[in-house]
Design a binder for this molecule. Structure first.
Ligand code: ATP
Ligand code: MG
Length: 645
């Protein structure tokens, strides 16, 4: 790919936080700058001080040992992230504070205080030990969004077992692959899970996967539904029985700071999933600090990150980050549209959620469903909103800010990856204005740049490749079982820097706009166009609710722009008018050559558009390639094969 990504769209006007929010924010712009500067000039001093806010069983000899591409943070120190998330908070007097408030899809609510959660985790840790799990063993979790998912993760962390959470919506084949790749001896699953009122037989899928994963020895089964799943003698154990019998005494294992905490397979928008490995100490410090600062946590917040624990966002911001900060989190089992699109807002009202962190794909769905759903509820408890997972279109950003936030709540757009472990770019709420569609400034210790393939920095305003020029604590340590792939993918593409795989540009205020994956950037007549910009223009049209743009090989232009659009209820569209709209918004270059009207887009189970399939449709090819991470394979069959006129 060449260096430059052109763009012609207007930068969005900054949106300032209210004076009220700014006055109560824990960091202002000046404080951010001082901290950021120190994190650049004296990284070891900076990170050492932050790490001291947490508990270590023994101290480090050095904060950082960096031998590209391998970093060690808090070298030689011993700690335990579950101890820090639970025992430490209970010891500090938070035993009676709510740690997890969980709501089932059927409306059932369960609450765990810090003391109660700690007891469950201790019992679960003993259960794992009784099953023969030892430090360093991998344990796969295949669970719905139920409190036991968090308990199981923390129990693994407590004994030094490495958890590998596989999203409960994944297929048998995807699960078997991941068990086999991680060589897990133990699988923790549930009899079933609820999804849009229906029961999904998780245990049945787990049994099928087990038949293809010889390495598996034991299965712990949480009873979520009717406890009626067939159990295999000698292999399967009910979680509740085992926990009831296990001791509630357990001392957290002191672990080396670099001891692997978990493996997590990335969502696979771009190809074969890879097992990203995170460490204990660095990941702990990174998620602790970013949760505290980006979400400006206050003592009485109820923090709701809607991500499933099957994704890194669920790991870092449903479980570890908030609990490390002694916060109360809300966890929800089901679909956002069950029984209707008002579910989230009903929950915000009933539980008095104050911080909400969700994904653009969800925001666009809410937008499509209409303002009347949030309009029925009192959302005044909200004070801060966050977005993650994809570039957020300015249109969706503004809707979120206005309709959900009531124009009162800052919106933090957070850019990061499974690989980065914690938030890398955002605008700290209260300290900086946000620019819709733009992630923003680097977090502490993050040293980003926009460069060419050769590693030369491009000028402000010009597009290029997003890289990070030095290691940060919560950086991935390797790809499970394939360190060569780690070195090549992340540190081997561009000399001396971490390559994120995303295209981006920086404005004169230092704000970084992530334009999407480099593979998704188009080359039209020698000009580089970000898919996200064209998509945002399309979504800006009154009749379009969602759009995906891909390139199609074109003899004359190199690539032609092809758009797939979803229409708002009751709307029709004239292709010529849409083309003209894009032309006016961005420029004639971005004008789509073909526009397909679709009723759904192919997405990963985490809600991201899988453009590689759309590229095949646009080029008139048969759809091929790995479909295991696709949410709904039938979407591919339903895609129109002829463009709209
Ligand atoms: P795979 O790497 O397996 O193809 P993935 O990249 O979708 O899957 P994640 O690690 O969950 O898996 O997603 C990280 C990517 O999501 C980023 O590299 C970026 O492309 C996109 N992303 C996440 N947050 C933002 C954001 N706030 N703005 C723009 N892009 C974002
Ligand atoms: Mg990725």
């Amino acid at each position: 790919m060449t260096d430059k990504i052109d763009h012609a769209s207007q930068d969005e006007a900054p949106v300032f936080p209210s004076a009220e929010f700014a006055a109560s924010a824990s960091l202002n712009a000046e404080q951010y700058r001082a901290m950021y500067e120190r994190s650049m000039n004296d990284p070891e001093g900076f990170w050492g001080d932050i790490a001291q806010e947490l508990h270590w069983f023994s101290p480090w000899s050095r904060v950082l040992d960096w031998q590209e591409p391998h970093a060690q943070w808090f070298v030689g120190a011993q700690t335990n992230i579950a101890y820090n998330a639970l025992d430490r908070n209970v010891n500090a007097g938070l035993g009676n504070k709510r740690a997890i408030v969980w709501e089932g899809e059927n409306g059932e609510v369960r609450t765990f205080t810090y003391a109660e959660l700690l007891e469950q985790v201790k019992r679960a840790a003993n259960v794992l030990l009784n099953l023969g799990v030892v430090k360093g063993d991998r344990v796969t979790l295949y669970l719905p969004m139920i409190p036991e998912a968090a308990i199981a993760m923390l129990a693994c962390a407590r004994i030094g077992a490495i958890h590998s959470v596989v999203f409960g919506g994944f297929s048998v084949a995807a699960l078997a692959d991941r068990i086999q790749n991680a060589q897990s001896k133990v699988l923790i699953t549930a009899d079933a899970s609820y999804r849009r009122g229906a029961l999904v037989p998780l245990k049945g899928k787990a049994d099928e996967a087990a038949a293809h994963a010889e390495v598996l020895e034991k299965m712990l089964v949480v009873c979520r539904a009717d406890c009626n799943a067939p159990m295999q003698e000698g292999r399967d154990v009910y979680w509740h029985d085992a926990l009831a019998q296990a001791s509630s005494e357990h001392t957290a294992e002191p672990l080396d700071s670099e001891h692997p905490l978990f493996v997590l397979y990335t969502s696979g928008s771009t190809g074969k999933p890879k097992g990203v490995v995170h460490s204990t100490g660095g990941y702990m410090v990174g998620t602790y600090l970013t949760t505290k600062t980006v979400f400006d946590l206050k003592e009485n917040d109820l923090f709701w990150c809607t991500a499933d624990v099957g994704w890194v966002t669920g790991h870092s911001y449903t479980v570890y980050g908030p609990l490390l900060n002694g916060a109360s989190v809300l966890m929800y089992e089901g679909a956002p549209n069950h029984p209707d699109w008002g579910r989230f807002w009903d929950m915000v009202q009933r539980h008095r959620v104050s911080v909400l962190y969700t994904a653009p794909t969800a925001i666009r769905s809410f937008m499509r469903a209409g303002d009347s759903f949030p309009g029925r509820f009192d959302l005044s408890s909200l004070r801060l909103l966050g977005s993650v997972g994809e570039p957020i279109n300015p249109e969706a950003w503004r809707w979120y800010e206005r309709v959900i936030g009531g124009g009162r709540c800052p919106v933090v757009d957070t850019w990061w990856q499974t690989e980065t472990g914690s938030i890398m770019l955002t605008t700290l709420p209260g300290a900086f204005p946000a620019k819709p569609g733009t992630a923003g400034l680097p977090m502490f210790g993050v040293d980003p740049a926009i460069v060419t393939r050769e590693g030369d920095e491009v000028q402000d305003g010009q597009g290029g490749l997003l890289v990070i020029r030095r290691p940060w604590p919560s950086m991935l340590r390797t790809v499970y079982g394939d360190d060569a792939r780690y070195a090549k993918t992340y540190w081997g593409e561009i000399p001396g820097v971490y390559f994120a795989g995303d295209g981006a540009r920086k404005d004169s205020d230092g704000y970084i706009t992530v334009m999407g994956r480099v593979d998704d950037v188009l080359n039209v007549s020698g000009h580089r166009l970000g898919t996200m910009e064209i998509e945002s223009a399309l979504v800006g049209h009154a009749s379009v609710s969602e759009a995906a743009v891909v390139g199609r090989p074109d003899e004359l232009k190199g690539e032609a722009v092809v758009a797939f659009v979803l229409l708002k209820d009751g709307h029709t569209v004239d292709a010529a008018e849409l083309r003209q709209h894009v032309s006016t918004q961005i420029g004639a270059l971005a004008r789509p050559d073909a526009i397909y009207v679709a009723d759904a887009l192919p997405k990963t189970r985490s809600g991201k558009i899988m453009r590689r399939f759309l590229r095949q449709v646009a080029a008139g090819q048969e759809i091929s390639g790995d479909t295991s991470t696709l949410e709904d394979p039938s979407v591919l069959e339903r895609l129109a094969t002829t463009p709209a006129q």
